[in-house]
Design a protein around this ligand. Structure first.
Ligand code: AMP
Ligand code: MG
Length: 333
């Protein structure tokens, strides 16, 4: 090959590399991890000997050990039994969740663990509790019983903390940081929490299925999104039991200390941050569709999809371009 042709060929390869991010050197790598009581599917697009998946797996297992409300050895269980903990990262998570609780008018409430236990959700030994026994827990429940500073968390009046509504979103944020530090793109499914990071090497958009609550093995709709997003779904089908014809789901209404009963089957929140999306998906489920849409109108940092028992699907206008299904109602600001 002549020198000039070689130079042209090398320049073309260089240009191709610049435009594609050297897609040829990236390999799709997948791993399944069981943590936080759920199956997690991790997919990254990284060079052959990249250690991103190992780092993600180690982080998820560490966070599982710290944040589990059912593992008696976890940092959270230590806090729940002693009433105090000194831990900067945990304090940061609790403080930011407490901000979200205030913002959602208390719909997100991290102090419901004693009520959740009485319904048998953490142990999966479900039962409809005696109303008096439930009411007797009131004095131990309420966000005012949780105080948090830069480093310290203090629980009063026998309060106990449950991070189930926010822990996976928090974990997704920490995973995103690892991918960003390593300059790696990918899509992580931490149970119902999906986190996309960066661009797919082939330039196509991320496709994220939103499960059909009637048959969670199928998608009700698919969101097409480019770039980095947290997509989190709270649904009554994720954990529930039926007694005497009534279905009770794992998300509790802080007003009644009982499973939420409204028209919703699921709420999906799309936001930049996992913690925000996770906290809000739970809170919006508690609020119901109408109050949730009003809450969205007064906010600027998330989009949402509501699926109701009659099959109706409502999406906020910021997602209208991402949803390819004519059978949805788009709400505007
Ligand atoms: P998610 O799946 O993110 O909506 O979180 C649901 C989990 O959060 C439940 O399994 C409980 O552990 C906990 N939880 C239930 N109801 C609430 C609530 N109203 N606020 C905060 N956490 C809750
Ligand atoms: Mg949540």
């Amino acid at each position: 090959m002549k020198r000039s042709s070689l130079a042209v060929l090398l320049s073309a390869i260089l240009l191709l590399c610049l435009f594609t991010g050297c897609a040829g050197t990236l390999r799709q790598q997948d791993r399944t991890v069981f943590a936080m009581d759920t199956v997690m599917s991790l997919r990254v697009y990284a060079p052959e000997k990249d250690g991103t998946l190992d780092a993600l797996e180690a982080l998820l297992i560490e966070l599982d050990r710290e944040l589990s409300a059912t593992d008696p050895e976890s940092k959270l269980s230590g806090l729940n039994s002693s009433g105090a903990a000194s831990d900067r990262a945990l304090a940061d998570l609790v403080r930011r969740s407490a901000d979200l609780s205030r913002r959602t008018g208390g719909a997100l409430d991290l102090s419901l663990l004693p009520a959740s236990r009485l319904w048998g959700f953490p142990s999966k030994l479900y039962q409809v509790p005696d109303p008096e026994a439930l009411e007797a827990l009131r004095s131990r429940i309420g966000m005012d019983k949780i105080s948090v500073t830069e480093e310290e968390i203090l629980l009063t009046d026998g309060a106990q903390l449950d991070l189930g509504a926010v822990a996976k979103g928090w974990a997704a944020d920490r995973c995103r940081e690892i991918l960003e530090e390593n300059g790696v793109s990918g899509i992580l499914a931490l149970g119902g929490n999906i986190q996309t990071v960066g661009k797919k090497p082939d330039g196509t958009d991320w496709k994220i299925g939103i499960q059909d609550p009637e048959d969670p093995s199928r998608n009700r709709l698919v969101l097409t999104l480019a770039g980095t997003h947290a997509v989190v779904t709270s649904g009554d089908y994720q954990r529930a039991f039926t007694e005497n014809g009534v279905t009770y789901c794992h998300i509790l209404d802080p007003q009644t200390l009982s499973p939420v009963q409204n028209s919703l089957r699921s709420v999906t929140v799309v936001a930049d941050e996992g913690l925000l999306a996770d906290g809000l998906s739970t809170a919006l489920f508690v609020m119901g569709r109408e109050a949730g849409v009003a809450f969205w109108r007064s906010s600027t940092d998330f989009e949402a999809v509501w699926i109701e028992a009659d099959g109706a699907v409502t999406v906020t206008e910021g997602l209208s371009g991402a949803v390819h299904d004519g059978d949805v109602t788009v709400v505007k600001r």
